[in-house]
Design a protein around this ligand. Structure first.
Ligand code: BEZ
Ligand code: FE
Length: 283
């Protein structure tokens, strides 16, 4: 086998490895799948060649992905976290929700939604226990279609961390369902709920993705925000956040989720509560 090892990726057929993988998909009955895999493999091979990946680095990568899978369970999705910190989640969001139709900007879903939550009345609180020492916050506005007409009975699901920066599902000290709830818009599209001021918090750092961020010297912080998922028959589901203005991490969100149109003030009112105003437009 004179010359073996000198062909740099050219197989017995004379085709490059990339082309061999592409040919292996000729019988794939799903053209979209074949297209996506062909392009992904092409970029993967190109990247491996460009950085001249070593055998040790390949093994390290396999270990990292294995650990990422092992960290996943019913309440932890480490692969979504990986996608988030690599900017892939927001790129998919950008491609699929341009907002060109006048609907509200979208952002990452995040891993801490906990299924359909208890329903509260208009103006009700999403707290299950007091949070002393943090300013109360009223969030209110309207749910509208892109023509500005009110949408009644839209389902508005909201969730946020406690002042310690943890979601109820991460913190056994919090009652399950604390700082998350659902409510319905009224006939004029209006909604309102009471909460406390959201805080900035680090994304989970106790798994392989946290290890990667540390190795890269990257910030784990997300700026203070409240999550929203809004659904109404005949409209596209809206997954978004409201971010608090002046947060020091707005420019360096660990998951690249900040969009200017989603930043809001929360000014103190004469009743001692802060007020955040936000209308949402559903496409
Ligand atoms: C969140 O905002 O809950 C979140 C989003 C992406 C990754 C981690 C947390
Ligand atoms: Fe969050």
């Amino acid at each position: 086998m004179a010359g073996a090892g000198r062909s740099r990726g050219i197989g017995m057929s004379g085709a490059s490895l990339e082309d061999q993988v592409a040919s292996s998909l000729a019988a794939c009955p799903n053209p979209r799948l074949a297209h996506v895999i062909t392009r992904m493999v092409s970029h993967l091979h190109q990247a491996i060649r460009e950085v001249q990946l070593t055998q040790e680095e390949w093994e390290e990568g396999i270990r990292f992905l294995t650990d990422t899978g092992k960290k996943c369970d019913a309440s932890r999705q480490e692969f979504i976290l990986l996608s988030d910190v690599l900017g892939a989640s927001m790129l998919v969001d950008q491609i699929n929700h341009s907002g060109d139709d006048g609907s509200t900007q979208t952002t990452v879903f995040g891993p801490f939604y906990d299924g359909l939550q208890r329903v509260i009345p208009h103006g009700g609180t999403i707290l299950l226990r007091p949070e002393p020492g943090v300013d109360p916050l009223m969030v209110q506005g309207k749910i509208l279609d892109t023509a500005g007409q009110p949408i009644r009975n839209a389902l508005i699901e909201v969730w946020q961390t406690a002042p310690n920066g943890l979601y109820d599902v991460q913190d056994p000290q919090q009652p399950r369902g604390h700082l998350r709830a659902s409510l319905n818009s009224r006939d004029d599209g209006s909604y309102a709920f009471e909460t406390v001021m959201p805080v900035c918090y680090p994304i989970p750092m106790d798994g392989p993705v946290g290890g990667l961020l540390r190795a890269l010297g990257r910030s784990p912080w997300r700026p203070a925000h409240i999550h929203f998922m809004i659904t109404a028959p005949g409209h596209r589901r809206l997954v978004t956040h409201l971010f608090l203005a002046d947060d020091p991490h707005l420019q360096s969100d660990a998951v690249f989720g900040v969009k200017d149109a989603l930043i809001r003030n929360a000014d103190m009112q004469s009743d001692g509560k802060r007020l955040m105003l936000a209308d949402f437009y559903l496409g």
